[in-house]
Design a protein around this ligand. Sequence first.
Ligand SMILES: [Ca+2]
Ligand SMILES: [Zn+2]
Length: 233
Amino acid sequence: MGRLIRWQIDIREDQIQAASKGVPAAPNDKEGWRVHRRGFTLIELLVVIAIIAILAAILFPVFAKAREKARQTACNSNMKQIATAGRMYSADYDNHIVPYALNSDPGGSAAWFNRLEPYVKNKGLWDCPSTSADGGASVWNRDYGYNNYMEWFNGFYYRETTLEEITTPSDTAFIGETACVSRSYMAVSNANPPVWYLQEVHNGGCNLAFFDGHTKWYTITDAKNIKLWDGIP
Ligand SMILES: [Ca+2]
Ligand SMILES: [Zn+2]
């Protein structure tokens, strides 16, 4: 307090002196400026930086997780729309599920995603926002794979499965997340043992869409439970 008062007095004297000499007052009083300009000490700065660093370390993973959760939701919505398109296809084709592919044209125009295209009408729906592939024009740029247990049956490529044959449609997966791995557009093949193309895309798991049209996130271990795929007794 004493210093502050003294500083104010000094400034006044300074101003008075400056005024009497006809020059503008310059705050050149050493002691006054030392009080006024005193910044943070190194320790204080380090403490502030440490607090900011700790807050950042706590919050960044939270933000990253929230962002990933938003992508997971967007992906889930894509799959739900594709599953809905699958049900629309079945309604138009006498309750047959969309076939994986025809023997004559695997991967071509008869592939399941091309058959669903008129119902989906949005190439962006094949693109999971958490994977690098963009879901563009290439047939391989599709992040979702088909449940091949539905069609590969007794060695036949296309067995014209109907929805009625799937006894528990709410527990039988239609598509899963493959992130274009192996350029495969199936999620699981019914080889023995099954070959899984499912990928750990969101928070240690992936979304699945079911034949009743609902979608759900599973851990990768739970998603690879064969009971969710082998839906025809
Ligand atoms: Ca993608
Ligand atoms: Zn996804």
